[in-house]
Design a protein around this ligand. Structure first.
Ligand code: HEC
Length: 607
């Protein structure tokens, strides 16, 4: 609730600042910042990188973000001088360097083959999205002996949040700077790099195309790309969702040469700008042919188009319905011919019946076969005051997992930001089989990026990140995270939802800005489950009883194989990926109360 009222106070402050500081002809970068950026970046709201993080970026990088990147629809009102002034005011003067020649592999051939091995495909590691692999090449007794094998730095970035894919001996991963790279999974040397228009968080997926593969991924400015996986050559680039606030975060699902691309949006955050007509985005899934990007079908999670509800544009809730973004990767059920999709909240009234829901779409046509809403009436955005749209902001931000009950029947598992895990019956229109609370829930709470399951148990880590606020504080946004609250990993029995064990969050070390929250996606292998924390630690727990068997603090400086100065920070977003006897994880997350970093780490057992 606090976040809701904080944002309305913020909005009033922002309006005051806008009136007080008109941008004059002699352009001051600070004035542009105060008028156009401070309302979001000073506060460092949940999804927004704080000003301190922006100060570590190069001037050229900030300009690129304003001209072509995630801030394009904030910056369109600024002329050239204003853009340069604000970039110079914020950033550091630093040359943007190309990949140094010594970072490339001696042999730059990418070989994927007909059935690549080792493999971790997309969000997966397969279409059931259980984030479990029995063929990752790491045995339970090796987990405690995992050592850092190599580190790869993302030049000029303050967050490392791309979800990796491993195919054969090549790892494909995107970055906050929009660089998509094909690396040797063994050594981290570079095979090719492709520069996308915006940050790439989704895992690249590879689709066979004759003797080669099409690598499909999306970016945070709404683009989907098809590259030749073997060379990095661009085959096509399309906008599956034309809305200018689209954020393509979720990884595509794949079947028979067709990719299913989920669309979410940052309109919920963007609407904290009082001049923004909130809100007109609708979540969707678009099916594209992988070989050329042509559309097969498109299905919105809100049936009706948004209408103007109030005359004055800038008023809260002036447009609706909106929202129900699809953040997670769709889960494929080939047997039933269905695609399971989870949705987030509504951004403005009226609330709709497929927000905070699990939907089943027919793979062939995109037709919605059934939908199961678990939190009706959840309207929430940066423009809200407690009265107009109270939230509770209980999105489903992660994918459905397909598992089996002891009686052999299929079950769908879904974790919500409310802190509740649901087991749903796919043969009874997602009737609830059981539901169990594993966290407190909230805007930055509950299950954020996803769970893992191994046939017996489902492992749910929770964020529940809270800001440290002295009693009676009204404005909490921008305050440091509370080092004593948040986190925890619960194992539930798939059979009945009973708690098998609970691994309590580890106390934060004496680091500045530390939180024990565990928002990152969880990953499992036989006997062990991995969970990353905002405090920078990657930990492994025994699936038998939850005891901690390995702990590595990623928040430090690294010598990287590509020569980039890199450091680790918070673990959030895409979780570890395990393939070919290696554990890969990105570290650094300059938002949601986390600390900056720009490194991809690869661990393997000690020889
Ligand atoms: C309405 C809120 C809002 C305003 C106003 C705003 N930003 Fe942002 N900014 C964001 C959010 C949210 C993100 C994260 C985007 C994402 O990843 O979806 C972001 C990201 C960025 C990034 C990328 C950081 C990275 O990790 O690479 C830069 C640079 C940036 N903003 C600069 C600016 C500048 C300069 C201004 C003013 C001209 C500005 N922003 C105004 C909300 C805002």
């Amino acid at each position: 609730m606090n976040a809701v009222s904080d944002r309305s106070i913020l909005r009033i402050c922002a309006a005051f600042v806008a009136a007080a500081l008109p941008v004059s002809a002699a352009v001051s970068g600070e004035a542009v910042y105060q008028r156009r950026c401070a309302q979001c970046h000073d506060a460092g709201g949940e999804r927004t990188p704080p000003r301190d993080a922006l100060k570590q970026l190069s001037v050229a990088r900030i300009l690129r973000v304003l001209d072509f990147g995630v801030m394009i629809n904030i910056a369109y009102v600024l002329n050239r001088e204003e853009r340069e002034a604000v970039a110079n005011f914020l950033g550091v003067q630093r040359e943007e360097t190309a990949v140094p020649p010594q970072a490339y592999c001696p042999d730059r051939t990418v070989t994927i083959g007909a059935s690549p091995s080792p493999a971790w495909r997309g969000w997966g590691p397969d279409s059931t999205n259980t984030r479990y692999t029995a063929s990752g090449g790491i045995a339970f007794n090796q987990v405690g002996k995992l050592k850092l094998k190599w580190a790869y730095g993302f030049e000029g970035d303050v967050s490392a949040f791309g979800a990796p894919t491993v195919l054969g001996r090549t790892l494909f991963v995107g970055s906050a700077g929009g660089a998509v790279q094909a690396l040797s999974a063994d050594t981290g040397c570079v095979r090719w790099v492709y520069q996308a228009s915006g940050p790439v968080r989704s895992a690249p997926v590879a689709v066979p195309n004759g003797n080669t593969h099409v690598l499909v991924f999306t970016d945070l400015t709404g683009w989907a790309y098809g590259l030749e996986a073997e060379t990095g050559r661009q085959l096509w680039k399309k906008k599956p969702e034309p809305h200018d606030s689209a954020r393509m975060t979720g990884t595509a699902a794949v079947q028979n040469g067709v990719v299913f691309i989920p669309a979410a949006s940052w309109e919920e955050t963007r609407s904290s700008n009082p001049e923004y007509p909130c809100c007109t985005f609708r979540g969707s899934v678009t099916a594209l042919r992988a070989k050329d990007g042509t559309q097969v079908w498109k299905t919105y999670t809100i049936r009706e188009k948004p209408q103007q509800l109030q005359k004055s544009e800038g008023t809260i809730g002036s447009w609706g319905p909106s929202g129900a973004g699809v953040w997670g990767s769709p889960t494929l059920d080939a047997k039933r011919g269905l695609l399971y999709v989870t949705t987030g909240d509504n951004f403005s009234s009226p609330a709709t019946d497929m927000s905070d829901a699990v939907l089943a779409l027919e793979i062939k046509t995109g037709r919605i076969v059934w939908s199961k809403q678990v939190t009706p009436g959840d309207v929430f955005s940066g423009a809200c005051t407690g009265a107009t749209c109270p939230g509770p902001d209980f999105d489903f931000g992660s994918s459905v997992l397909i598992e089996k009950l002891p009686n052999g029947r299929d079950v769908l598992l879904a974790g919500q930001k409310s802190g509740v895990v649901f087991a749903l019956d796919p043969d009874r229109k997602a009737e609830i089989i059981w539901q169990t609370r594993v966290g407190k829930g909230g805007t930055n709470g509950g299950v954020q990026w996803g769970m893992a399951s191994d046939g017996q148990k489902v492992y749910a880590a929770v964020s529940d990140l809270v800001r440290r606020a002295p009693a009676g504080t009204i404005i909490q946004v921008g305050l440091p995270p509370d080092p004593a609250q948040g986190g925890g990993l619960t194992a539930l029995r798939i059979a009945n939802g009973e708690k098998a064990w609970y691994a309590a969050p580890q106390p934060c070390a004496a680091k500045p800005l530390c939180s024990p929250a565990q928002p990152a996606a969880v990953t499992a292998i036989p006997g062990a489950v991995f969970s990353g924390s905002v405090d920078g630690h990657l930990r492994a727990f025994a699936t038998e009883d939850g005891r901690m068997i390995w702990d590595f603090d990623t928040a430090r400086d690294y010598q990287t194989v590509n020569g980039v100065r890199a450091k680790g920070g918070s673990l959030d977003g895409a979780g570890p990926v395990i393939a070919g006897g290696m554990v890969f994880v990105n570290s650094g997350y300059a938002r949601n109360g986390g600390t900056a970093g720009n490194v991809l780490l690869a661990f393997g057992p000690e020889e």
